[in-house]
Design a protein around this ligand. Structure first.
Ligand code: SAM
Length: 306
């Protein structure tokens, strides 16, 4: 069994030569399944998400509120790259992060946000941004789908105002989900802490370990999946003054809960204790430098010479 268990392959949904159509079809599928109440991702469990978001706090604040403080008020214009259905952009405008929002995604037909928002259906890999236009540019779980990291970061750097911030809340782990032996061995060990009922896939098969799909198999499900995720942090440091970098974990939990997260009940003290224990082990291993952090919050500003 692998991480891709339960996802449709590209040839089942579209012409295999058409990456863009495959990409859009994949995200429409995700959206449809999520809207139908399916729990698809590790962060869909509230206790797992609680730990993730706790690690992202800066001086006790969510990054959005921290940025509002740094800008002494809302950004004039915020740009979200890979905005999906626009839920985050809408929420961010509502909480006063920006006066105006711009969202870019390959497909904006899923976008549901209203208010002072402009949408662009476009490939972020080829964006051209107006110079010094945005007080804030950010991406949430979408940057690892972009291939042209250097081009995009150059554009972001040019597009930021002098006081502007670039924020990534991202998967920065192995490209094309080529998990390391070490992380797979920890997943197997920690799966052993879970009852059989908790670690059954939807098809009834017991999850005993996590597999490593080939890059080709990953591409079959989503052509842009983790295309250069392992290069994101280095490219970020090359292009920006790093103001904050926080480890958000996920090196074990992202894989461990894949395909079985739907079995974990909400508000169940026993489940929460198990999740706390697993999170504690992962956090300690990362803090000790024994495992890298596959997810990170990165906040940067333009380098002085742009
Ligand atoms: C994991 S989803 C995240 C969506 C949203 N940021 C969120 O947090 O819900 C990744 C998004 O990136 C978009 N995407 C992938 N490749 C893209 C590209 N080259 N240009 C623009 N958007 C892209 C997908 O269409 C999808 O909406």
């Amino acid at each position: 069994m692998s991480f891709l268990q339960g996802w449709r392959k590209r040839e089942e949904v579209t012409d295999r030569r058409d990456n863009r159509a495959a990409e859009v079809s994949h995200w429409n599928d995700v959206e449809r399944r999520a809207a139908g109440g399916e729990r698809l991702f590790w962060l869909n469990h509230p206790r797992v998400a609680y730990h993730y978001h706790g690690k992202a706090l800066i001086e006790g604040l969510e990054w959005q509120d921290w940025i509002i403080g740094k800008l002494s008020g809302p950004a004039e214009i915020a740009l979200e790259l890979g905005c999906g259905n626009g839920a985050a952009l809408a929420e961010n405008l509502q909480r006063g992060l920006a006066r105006k929002g711009v969202g870019i995604d390959l497909d904006v037909s899923r976008f549901t946000a209203k208010g002072n928002v402009e949408l662009r259906a476009s490939d972020v890999n080829t964006i051209k941004l107006e110079r010094r236009k945005y007080d804030l540019i950010y991406a949430r779980q979408s940057f690892h789908h972009f291939e042209a990291l250097e081009h995009i970061m150059e554009q972001v750097s040019a597009g930021l105002t002098d006081r502007g911030f670039f924020v990534l809340d991202e998967f920065v782990g192995p490209s094309r989900f080529q998990w390391t032996d070490l992380q797979l061995s920890w997943v197997e060990r920690l799966l052993g802490l879970m009852s059989k009922d908790l670690r059954r896939y939807a098809n009834g098969v017991e999850k005993r370990s996590e597999g490593r799909s080939t890059p080709e198999q990953v591409i079959e499900v989503c052509p842009s999946e983790a295309i250069r995720s392992a290069d994101i942090v280095t490219a970020f440091y090359q292009h920006f003054e790093v103001v904050r970098r926080q480890n958000l974990g996920g090196t074990i939990q992202h894989l461990l809960y894949s395909g079985i997260v739907q079995n974990l009940a909400d508000d169940d003290p026993e489940v929460d204790r198990l999740v706390d224990c697993i999170d504690g082990i992962e956090t300690s291993l990362i803090a000790a430098g024994l495992l890298p952090s596959d997810f990170a919050l990165l906040i940067g500003q333009g380098k002085s010479i742009r």
